[in-house]
Each structure stands twice: as C-alpha cells, then as structure tokens.
Design a protein around this ligand. Structure first.
Ligand code: TXE
Length: 497
C-alpha cells in the first residue's frame, strides 16, 4: 500500500511529515497511514503539473499518442482488478463484488477516453462559414491547461477515473486530490500511470484534508480548471475560490433523487429497482433514488413488499461472501445518517424498519432503513442522507407526482416506472434532473452525460461532454484577400466627403 505523495513522478513524504490514519470501517481498526499534504506540497504538485504542461511533453502529443498511454493505464488497472477491489473494500467498506464493478468501470473509462483522444485528431480543425467571405475561420480544440481535481470517498478509483481519463485525453496535466478517507486506490493509479508511460509531472496525486490540502489547491493561481465531486457546502466554497481567478469550473454535487412509481407497475420489479436505487453502495451514491413516490392504489402493498425484501439483505464486512450491504464509510458519516434517522422519527414519519445495525458489535453498520408516510417538508424528505435510508410517500395523480418530485433544491437524477410508455415519456420530460431513468434506477454508462440541474452541480461528466470539460475552444480567423481591407479608408472618405 502506498502512503506518500506522487509529485513529478516521485513518491515523496509530506513536507510537514504529517500523516492521516486509514481506518477499515468494518473493524474500526487503523490499517495504514497516508501523507497529509499541506499548502507547500500542493504548490510543488501544481508547479510540476504546470512545468509538464508548458513543456508540451503531454499536451503537445497527438491524441493517438496519448491514447496509447491511456489504454496502457486501462490494462494496468485490469491486471490488478482483484487487488484494487480489495483495497477499495478496506478503505470504503463496500461489498467486494461492487468494488470489482468499480474497478472494471474505471478501466473502461480509460479505454473510452483513449478512443475520444484519437477522435480529437480526426476532428482536427473545423472550418466554419462566416458572413464575410474574404475571411476564413477554423475552430480548434485545445487542452484547458492545469487541472485541480478533488474527489469524494464513495467510488474512490472510479471518481478518479471520471476526472483523470478525460483530462489526460484532452492533453491537460493535473493534480488529483482524493478524499482523505479513501485514497489508497488513487495512489495506486499514480503507479499504474507511471508504468503505463505517462510522463513525469502530468498526473500528480496529493492526499490530505479538505481545508489544508483541498483549499490551497482550489486557490492556487496556476490552476486553470477545477473539477469537483462532493457536497454542496464544499462545492459552494470551491466556487468562491474559483471566482477569485475566474477559474474554469465543473461541479458534481449531491442529490435527493425521486423515483415515481405508478399504480400499473409490476410491484416485484418496482421493489427490485427501488432496493438497488437506495441500498446499492450503502446508499452512499449521489444519484441514489432516496425519495420514492408511489401511486396510492399500490402504496401499502409496495411498502410491505419492500420491507420484506429489505429485511433479507445480508449486512457485514464487505470482504465476506454473500454480503450485500457493508458498513458506512466512517464514523462521521455513520453519526450523520443515524442522526437523520432519529430526526425522521421525531418528525413523525413511520419507521418501517432499519436504524443502527449492532449485531456485529463493531463497524459503522446501518441496516436498510425505510420511512413511510414522509412529510414533503420534513428534513429527511429534503436533505441528502447519503446512507441506506429510503423515504416513501403516496400520490394520487400524475401532476401531484411531478410537483412532489421536482420540489427539491437538487436535480441530479430521477426515475419513473409505469407500463404506459406515453406517461413515462411525459414525466421524464417534466422532471427537472440531468439524468432520468425509465423503468429502472442507477444504470450509468461512460458514453452518456452525467450531471445535475439546480444545486446538483454545473457541467456534465462522461461521454464527449466529459471531454469538453477539459477543452478550450479557439477560433483562428485569417484574411485571405490580397486587396486592401478598406474599412478605415472608407470611414475617412465618408467623414471628409
Ligand atoms: O464531503 P466533502 P464529505 C455529500 C454527502 C455526505 C456529505 C459530506 O451528503 O454526507 O457530502 O461528505 C474535499 N476545499 N457527499 O464531508 O467535504 C475533501 O477532502 C477543497 C456527496 O466527505 O464535499 C474531499 O476530497 N476541498 C458526494 C472532497 O472535498 C475540500 C460524495 C469531498 O468532501 C474542502 C461525497 C475545501 N474547503 C459526499 N473541504 C457526491 N456528490 O457524490 C473538503 N474538501
């Protein structure tokens, strides 16, 4: 396991010598330590990224040349899938099969952006027609420069891939700051990238706390673009830092995504997608469908079926066979989720099942938790909980369902289920969210745009939209006529004559 900072192709200790404990959330034991970077380390990392960018060792390559390295990174990740998946479980707590999925998706992300990097070459300069035919104008795409990327703890390597792969494909250099809670696989990515042939200084990885490492990164004058995934509070703070130097910014923040289930739905299918939508990854998913609106004709039946299935979920150490729900990531997330469950009870919502899971005796385990009859103005209906807690509420008409679904400061994702295709389409358009799922919840594809409306963020990751995040658009206009332009001469003539 790596513990040092990866700066300019070398593994170095934090200048202050500070370290952060790595805690296994299933056992609550300290299993490792990682360096705690501060402003001086961040400065060194940004300088390395800027020198690499200015030298053009990466930004000056063709897309096809960069694609070779990106594919090497992808195969480097694939070759270490099992080891990386186990590190993810140790760090984050998620069940091993889900961790394997993350690692495979991270590798797929590098493969995908290798392809887009090659397409950038093919796209080349696009000629556009302008209104004066004596001029010709081309539009070219160029890397935005030095990127500062800050990521959270819920999908550690995958969130790194979502930022590193498109940024590198575009020709940017970067400093990546993983979450202090789950940095182990991001550090291994540095090793994999170096072995894949990535030039020194192109990708720098610094571990550290938000205020002491993240903040100086967001404020550094040599950073051209900030890419962040995390909470709204931190996203807002980062936006303020970015404002000072007018840094390019993309934000993927939280969600409180609705799932609208109409009365004509197959109840078994609805229960399965609702469960996946909220209990997958312990509910620590920005797009988790945590507010479920159910048509009153099937509401009680669905709540009962959901309870039955939720109680069957095997809870335990993510390393153990058959476990479907691991511990929450750390003590502070555990306390936050249990605090919100207590708030829900105080607010008068019906607690169908769930709460702290204490059978194991240690670890940050929360049982699948279902609240029914939740008031639309309550804290648990409006606030992101980020745990295995689902809130249900009945509705009696399509317009009421859409109004309730859209009554949120977030707008990341939403889902609708019905056998009536026309209704699904209508509702999908009416929902104010960046991602809408019909008759399912959560499928995510590297080819498709990902991001939210309202407080859920700015910009889109993944697909070609994700690449555009890291590209500047430049017009090059030339005057092709040999004769004088004549504008000044004409003005002078008009004035004198
Ligand atoms: O997030 P933070 P936290 C939500 C979720 C969760 C809550 C708090 O509701 O319960 O946020 O989690 C870095 N300048 N999401 O506190 O603070 C930090 O070091 C620069 C939703 O872990 O947003 C980490 O690398 N950086 C979310 C990253 O920001 C700072 C996923 C995320 O941490 C910083 C995670 C600062 N001042 C939590 N302060 C999603 N959208 O998926 C912190 N950081």
């Amino acid at each position: 396991m790596k513990s040092e900072l990866f700066i300019n192709g070398a593994w170095v200790a934090a200048q202050s010598g500070g370290m952060i404990d790595v805690i296994d959330p299933a056992s609550e034991q300290v299993v490792h330590q990682i360096a705690s970077a501060e402003a001086a380390d961040i400065d060194a990392a940004v300088k390395a990224a800027k020198s690499a960018f200015d030298a053009g060792t990466w930004s000056g390559m063709t897309g096809a040349e960069r694609a070779i390295v990106l594919r090497n990174i992808a195969t480097g990740i694939e070759a270490r899938t099992e080891e990386l998946a186990r590190l993810e479980v140790l760090d984050n707590g998620k069940p091993l099969p889900e961790a394997r999925w993350d690692i495979e998706d991270a590798a797929a992300c590098f493969h995908f952006y290798a392809g887009l990097s090659e397409e950038l070459d093919a796209e080349g300069a696009q000629n556009i027609t302008v209104s004066d035919d004596r001029f010709t104008t081309r539009v070219v795409k160029e890397p935005v420069g030095v990127v500062g990327a800050i990521i959270p703890w819920n999908f550690p390597l995958l969130m790194a891939a979502w930022k590193v792969a498109p940024a590198l494909a575009a020709g940017c250099t970067m400093v990546l700051k993983p979450s202090e809670v789950t940095a182990l696989t991001a550090l291994e990515l540095g090793d994999i990238a170096q072995k894949a042939g990535l030039p020194d200084g192109v990708l720098n990885i610094v571990t550290g706390f938000g205020p002491s490492a993240g903040q100086p990164l967001t404020e550094h004058p040599d950073i051209d673009k900030l890419a962040f995934t995390g909470s709204v509070t931190t996203g807002s703070r980062i936006m303020q830092s970015a404002a000072k130097d007018i840094k390019n910014l993309s934000l993927e923040l939280g969600g409180k995504s609705p799932f609208v289930v109409f009365g004509d739905s197959d109840i078994e299918q609805a229960v399965e997608w609702i469960m996946f939508g909220i209990f997958w990854n312990q509910g620590e998913v920005c797009s988790a469908t945590s507010r479920v609106l159910v048509e009153d004709t099937i509401y009680e039946k669905l709540v009962a079926r959901l309870e039955l299935e939720a109680r069957k979920i095997t809870i335990g150490d993510g390393m153990d066979e058959g476990v479907l729900l691991g511990p929450l990531v750390n003590k502070s997330q555990y306390d936050k989720v249990l605090g919100l469950i207590a708030t829900g009870v105080e607010e008068g919502a019906r607690l169908v099942c769930g709460g702290a899971h204490t059978d194991i005796g240690k670890g940050y385990f929360v049982a699948p938790t279902i609240f029914a009859d939740v008031d639309e103005n309550s804290v648990i209906w409006q606030e992101e909980i980020f745990g295995p807690v689902v809130c249900l509420k009945p509705f009696s008409s399509e317009s009421e369902a859409v109004r309730l679904a859209n009554d949120s400061e977030y707008g990341l994702a939403a889902a609708v289920m019905s056998k009536d295709d026309a209704r699904c389409e209508r509702v999908a358009h009416a929902l104010r969210a960046g991602i809408v799922w019909i008759n399912c919840s959560q499928p995510t594809f590297v080819e498709a745009p990902w991001g939210g409306y309202k407080k859920s963020g700015i910009g889109r990751e993944l697909g070609k939209w994700g690449l555009n995040n890291y590209l500047e658009t430049k017009q090059i206009t030339r005057f092709d006529d040999n004769s004088p332009w004549g504008w000044y001469l004409k003005q002078a003539e008009d004035q004198t004559g």
